[in-house]
Design a protein. Structure first.
Length: 392
């Protein structure tokens, strides 16, 4: 049986492991953390990622977790709507699918349930990878694999080793906060509110919880102290229910991180027997909600390109050599993900506007575009959401 090693048990790594096992591969996932308990936050699984999850038998169970209702869109800090859409409108454009907002932990649990027992080895850090030989160095020895999947995150050591001269992830100009909040009785609307250099987003989750996130345009390296108090200072006078949500939040639930992205696309998403996946390959700002979605797409495309276990011969030469096969993965994924990284970064730049005149012009243009050409606004993401997985 052909062997694959996956480095990292995040969303992309777990999806890749499931997809490869379904194709008959012997898969081991090495995760340096001591548990699979993910960072306490939420994420969006859009129509394109739901179609990808369908290929591994996990789409419908994720759809059942949807709690979004009614209208959503973009608002001003005073609550006035700039752009509005609805679950029904999104579903009509995307073959019946909208977006599922859920806890990251719920998606991790769903993916893990599709893996064979013993697939994931926790508390195991990979120290080195030989891309040409497929050798993975562990604390207790070395493992040889026909395929190595590097899903080791935005600061990927594997990416740095494979492409040592490539620019590192760049600070996007904003820091972010994330928090899960009990929110019984809060309408199930998903929206972002934009102010002067600041954003506050609300995502309703199943079980009466809201996932809230925020960004502010500040220098990198801040933080420390009571971050919930900082959120209340920055957003406490914004429209309802933002102050009420923040009043119900717990300080220990607030996470703060500077936002970085891989602004310069990699020359390839593979080298030798190694394929880069998710943030390791194309880290992006969160402004189009596609970080996890693109990792899921990567995983199912990689499994499709790799083919059934036993047919992938590894190595770098010959018509079925690892390098030749993985060139198909780069061809299928690099251009698409690079465009989405650039689109997300451009939206991030728009949210960073602080000048009163610039913000007023931005808001006016958004509102006019929605009123005069709502179909164009609704269709702006059709190229992203309309993706379909490769045929089996």
């Amino acid at each position: 049986m052909t062997r694959a090693v996956v480095i990292g048990a995040g969303i992309g790594g777990l999806t890749a492991a499931v997809a490869l096992q379904r194709r008959g591969w012997d898969v081991t996932v090495f995760e340096r953390a001591a548990s699979l308990e993910p960072v306490g936050s939420g994420l969006a699984v859009a129509a394109n990622a739901l179609k990808a999850l369908d290929t591994i038998g996990a789409g419908d169970e994720i759809r059942e977790l949807s709690a979004v209702q009614g209208a959503g869109g973009i608002r001003r800090s005073d609550g006035r709507w700039l752009v509005r859409t609805s679950v029904e409108a999104a579903s009509a454009r995307n073959g019946g699918d909208s977006v599922v907002l859920l806890r990251r932990a719920d998606l991790v649990d769903a993916l893990s349930s599709h893996l064979a027992p013993g697939t994931v080895r926790l508390n195991t850090e990979v120290s080195e990878v030989d891309a040409e030989a497929g050798l993975v160095t562990l604390p207790d020895g070395r493992v040889e694999a026909d395929l190595v999947v590097a899903a080791d995150g935005i600061h990927s050591p594997v990416r740095s080793a494979l492409f040592p001269g490539h620019p590192a992830p760049r600070y996007a100009g904003v820091t972010s906060w994330r928090v899960l909040i009990p929110a019984e009785g809060v309408p199930g609307q998903a929206y972002e509110s934009w102010g002067r250099g600041r954003v506050f987003g609300v995502m309703p989750l199943a079980g009466g919880t809201s996932y809230c996130y925020a960004t502010d345009t500040v220098p990198a390296g801040g933080g420390g102290g009571d971050q919930l108090a900082e959120l209340r200072r920055l957003f406490g006078d914004w429209h309802s229910p933002i102050p009420e949500l923040l009043a119900a939040a717990s300080p220990e639930k607030v996470l703060r991180n500077d936002v970085h992205h891989l602004a310069t696309p990699l020359p390839a998403m593979h080298r030798g027997r190694v394929a880069l996946l998710g943030d390791a390959a194309h880290a992006m700002t969160p402004n189009v909600g596609q970080g996890a979605c693109q990792a899921i797409e990567d995983a199912v495309v990689l499994a499709h390109v790799a083919g059934d276990g036993g047919r992938f011969t590894g190595g770098t030469g010959g018509p079925t050599g690892g390098n030749d096969v993985l060139a198909g993965y780069t061809a299928a994924r690099l251009e698409r993900t690079s465009k989405i990284v650039a689109r997300s970064a451009s939206i991030c730049r728009v949210t960073r506007m602080r000048g009163p005149l610039a913000v007023r012009l931005r808001d006016t243009m958004m509102a006019l575009s929605w009123r005069l050409a709502p179909s164009s606004v609704n269709g702006a993401m059709d190229e992203v959401f309309g993706w379909t997985p490769p045929a089996p």
